[in-house]
Write a protein that binds this ligand. Structure first.
Ligand code: GLN
Length: 463
């Protein structure tokens, strides 16, 4: 792993790395502990190297969010997910590169330069996907056993799809966001990237819903779960966009055919409001972001221009100019949609679109969304599906050069069209690499809110 981190350092996937002697010390300490405890390891990640996205707070490394504003910032505490990983024996090997504050789809908008995905065949570098591109490359190149990322609109699943690894976005609220620098609070989730489902499944230690809510949702789900039966597997027709690459579409068909050959039932499903998901997301996420980023004012947080221009009434602007262009675009878009002139037509409309999109999913699944209802009868029951399967990205990873040539920043937003619906609905989704000829295509399994159990069941069949 350490050698891989050195060998692939040109891919720029890591912002900070733990020193080799310190890593060795920690790994050996865990090995000694395991052997003295009669071979009992604390967890499946005991003694394993884990990389952490640089918007998740750590005391051992700076937490920069890949921003000039936080270049010098080290958190006084560990995020809950980091603390839990350490308690489970994990060794944090470093912090991964990303799009500034999580805003982007190619991990190119970083103060530390773009992440690259190397191409062995002498082809130019491809996009690693974003915004957790550094985490995906670190996993794909064997620098670590697994990595933490964040997924607000697809930032774990898109890089997983582009890099050919597994990326899991849990139900909203399942993993604690304490110590995770907020981008859009109502959509942010902590996700896990691994080479296979084993890397993700056991590291899934849900922490953040109140124990009562978690227990209630799990009780209700298991009450209604049909066991020992054929699964009903839906494919949402609205995800079959004309923009889908042929290879992606046929990988999707092959996945469904494979499940059908295992005698599961394949059903077409309609999620009629999917077409509004991308625009709703790009209103809501920047709105929340513009509010979250207000604290980077050079007083509470943020770098400060050494020249004192306060005389000119320029207290904030020297600091705020430290944001990259994409982050500034989001702040302006968000501030606009929240302004008195625009809030009715943008922010409030997007919020109702979001509810309707969530309802579309609930109308498809056999199980109800128990965060919204207690009613056991409310789901579709026999007529509904257990999971939905759809691609994660429109195509395989584009060349970085082509991405740089794009005329409008909006061209990047389109990459999120297949991932944002799950964030808006708050439901769990996992992206799995499926081989299609030479290429790896990312396929996602989505399940009802809290129903990770069924999601993993299907993920393992596909894997
Ligand atoms: N690409 C999306 C965005 O830029 C998603 C980012 C994310 O999930 N953090 O907002």
């Amino acid at each position: 792993s350490l050698l891989a981190a050195e060998k692939y350092s040109t891919l720029n996937s890591l912002i900070s790395v733990q020193s080799k002697p310190e890593l060795l010390r920690q790994v050996q300490e865990s090995q000694r502990r395991v052997s003295s405890d009669l071979g009992e390891s604390k967890s499946p990640i005991d003694g394993q190297l884990i990389a952490v996205k640089d918007n998740i707070c750590t005391t051992d490394f700076p937490t920069t969010c890949a921003s000039k504003l936080l270049e010098q910032y080290t958190s006084p505490f560990d995020a809950t997910v980091v603390r839990k990983a350490k308690e489970a024996g994990a060794v944090i090997m470093g912090k991964t590169n990303m799009d500034e504050f999580g805003m982007g789809s190619h991990s190119m908008y970083s103060h530390f330069g773009p992440v690259m995905q190397s191409a062995e065949d002498g082809q130019p570098a491809r996009s690693a996907g974003g915004s957790s591109g550094g985490s995906a490359v670190a996993v794909a190149r064997g620098m670590c056993y697994a990595a933490l990322g964040t997924d607000t609109g697809g930032s774990v699943r898109l890089p997983a799809a582009y890099c050919g690894v597994v990326g899991f976005k849990p139900s909203y609220g399942m993993l604690s966001r304490w110590g995770v620098v907020a981008y859009a609070n109502s959509l942010d989730t902590v996700g896990i990237l691994g080479r296979n489902t084993i890397n993700g499944h056991d590291a899934n230690d849900p922490t953040s819903l109140t124990p009562q809510t978690r227990e209630r949702v799990q009780d209700l789900l298991s009450h209604n779960r049909r066991r020992g039966r054929r699964l009903a597997i839906g494919y949402p027709e609205e995800f079959n966009l004309v923009e889908l690459d042929d290879s992606v579409r046929s990988a999707w068909e092959n996945t469904l055919a494979h499940l059908s050959s295992q005698s599961h039932k394949i059903v077409p499903v309609s999620l009629p409001h999917t077409k509004h998901a991308l625009s709703a997301y790009y209103v809501l996420a920047p709105a929340e972001a513009s509010s979250n980023l207000a604290k980077y004012d050079g007083v509470r947080y943020g770098y400060r221009d050494p020249t004192d221009r306060s005389q000119d009434g320029l207290l904030f602007s020297p600091t705020r100019a430290g944001f990259g262009a994409e982050v500034r675009r989001r702040i302006i878009a968000g501030a606009y949609s929240l302004s008195s002139k625009a809030i009715d037509n943008y922010f409030l409309k997007a919020q109702s679109a979001r509810r309707i999109i969530q309802r579309d999913f609930s109308n498809a699944f056999a199980q109800p969304n128990y965060l919204v209802t207690d009613n056991l009868e409310e789901g579709r029951g026999e007529g509904g599906v257990d999971v939905l399967i759809a691609p994660c990205s429109l195509s395989k990873a584009p060349f970085l050069e082509d991405v740089k040539m794009q005329k409008s920043p909006l061209d990047s937003y389109v990459n999120d069209v297949l991932t944002v619906p799950a964030n808006l609905a708050g439901i769990p989704a996992i992206c799995l690499p499926v081989m299609h000829g030479e290429d790896s295509v990312g396929m996602q399994v989505m399940a009802q809110y809290g129903d990770e159990e069924t999601m993993w069941e299907v993920a393992k069949i596909i894997e």
